[in-house]
Ligand binder design. Structure first.
Ligand SMILES: C[S@@+](CC[C@H](N)C(=O)[O-])C[C@H]1O[C@@H](n2cnc3c(N)ncnc32)[C@H](O)[C@@H]1O
Ligand code: SF4
Length: 391
């Protein structure tokens, strides 16, 4: 199926402080010096120019400036990136342009200028409205800064506002999270992402957990929080549409949807992933990741080289089938058997009968008429175990 569109992901690695649970490609920059910022943006634009051909003749549907902390960039840098993005893809204006905003590192006065530069969606990293929880997460901001940021975003005219929350933080109780949800709902955002805290290997949190010092929430409590998020947000008009994502109708993240639907995304910047469209010679597409180190990224670009890490992975049919299954199952709509069969020459049952039967028996998966598949409420809680059986 030909997809005439492309999404652009731009990674901005700088953070005022590195959170002890974070495993993204990040670089500490208490103050982002203009020379470093300009050098990085120059490098991003060179990478975009060098790689756009793979995605040529496509309409730019979305741009996502993620991090790290892209709100550390000056608005003129964001404007440069967006102008280059439009130019790279036949002057098409993207429908959704998201900027991730960290409440501690946002000069709120900059928000109107971000909007004037073309940003039309903000994703605010609130995480919690409880200062104790924020402190235990090692966040650089406090709840009052998040509240001010959300108010300023509305004042600046941003209609499409998303909030990120974390649950299952060290010693966070269900009541704590319930209060976070109530305050979130009171802000009436268009979108919420609620993530269970993941202890990523190699992070300070993983070390603390090994030493028994962390006190993360237990599995039952995390499951309760996940259910609470689903029921409270849905009751407030924010329907779940993916395991961690909730939106008012029409405000689902178009950019994130592209990943779950396996549509082309060009990722530029340190640690960014790209997903290349299928071609007659690579019918299941290909993907690649950039180097995670800032110095290496800048050096490669300066030498006129591409900043890819390792080799580009050409997807084979089996890998593509497994990914099609588990990415579609992340979404509330689930897997459309007819669409799957059109791409892979047979319904999901032909390839995954054993896993479908065992997950269905365990109450994790529901097989609908026509072979469509969906996770059950229990399956959403234990999605990792379903995905492990499928892939
Ligand atoms: C990479 S961050 C970038 C946004 C911004 N720097 C921030 O932290 O607010 C995107 C989101 O990922 C989530 N996140 C990062 N690490 C996580 C982890 N280990 N477990 C759960 N969520 C995580 C946070 O909710 C965060 O808002
Ligand atoms: S601010 Fe966001 S990207 Fe930066 S270290 Fe913290 S979680 Fe990671």
């Amino acid at each position: 199926m030909h997809d005439p569109t492309v999404g652009l992901y731009v990674h901005v690695p700088f953070c005022e402080r590195i959170c002890p649970y974070c495993d993204f490609a990040v670089v500490r920059a208490r103050v982002l010096k203009p020379e470093l910022e300009n050098a990085y943006v120059d490098a991003l634009l060179k990478e975009l120019a060098a790689r756009k051909e793979t995605f040529a003749q496509r309409r730019l549907e979305t741009v996502y400036l993620g991090g790290g902390t892209p709100s550390l960039l000056r608005p003129e840098s964001v404007a440069r990136i967006l102008a280059a993005a439009r130019e790279a893809f036949a002057e098409t204006a993207p429908e959704e342009v998201t900027l991730e905003v960290n409440p501690s590192t946002l000069e709120r006065a900059r928000l109107p200028a971000f909007r004037a530069a073309g940003v039309n969606r903000l994703s605010v990293g609130v995480q919690s409205f409880n200062d104790l929880v924020l402190h235990r997460l090692g966040r650089a901001h406090r709840a009052c800064e998040a509240r001010k940021t959300l108010h300023s975003a509305r004042e600046a005219g941003f209609v499409n506002l998303s909030l990120d929350l974390i649950f299952g933080a060290p010693r966070q109780s269900e009541e704590d999270f319930a209060r976070d949800l109530e305050e979130t709902i009171a802000f009436a955002p268009q979108h919420v992402s609620a993530y269970g805290l993941t202890i990523e290997a190699g992070t300070p949190f993983a070390l603390a957990a090994e030493r028994g010092q962390l006190g993360p929430a237990d599995d039952d409590s995390v499951a309760m929080m996940m259910e609470l998020a689903a029921t409270r947000l849905a009751a407030a008009g924010l329907a779940p549409y993916e395991i961690s994502s909730f939106a008012r109708p029409g405000f689902e993240s178009r950019h994130n949807r592209r990943y779950w639907e396996r549509r082309p995304v060009l990722g530029i910047g340190v640690g960014a992933w790209s997903s290349e469209p299928p071609t007659p010679w690579e019918p299941f597409g290909a993907r690649s990741a950039n180097v995670r180190g800032l110095a290496e990224y800048l050096a490669r670009i300066a030498q006129g080289e591409l900043p890819a890490e390792g080799t580009r992975e050409v997807l084979d049919e089996r890998t593509a089938r497994g990914e099609a299954m588990f990415l579609a199952l992340r979404t509330t709509g689930g897997l459309d058997a007819e669409r799957f069969a059109a791409e892979f020459g047979g319904p999901p049952r032909r390839f995954f009968a054993g896993a479908i039967d065992s997950c269905t028996k365990a109450g994790l998966l529901c097989e609908l008429r026509g072979g469509d598949l969906r996770l059950t409420a229990r399956g959403r809680l234990l999605s990792d175990s379903v995905f492990a059986q499928l892939v």
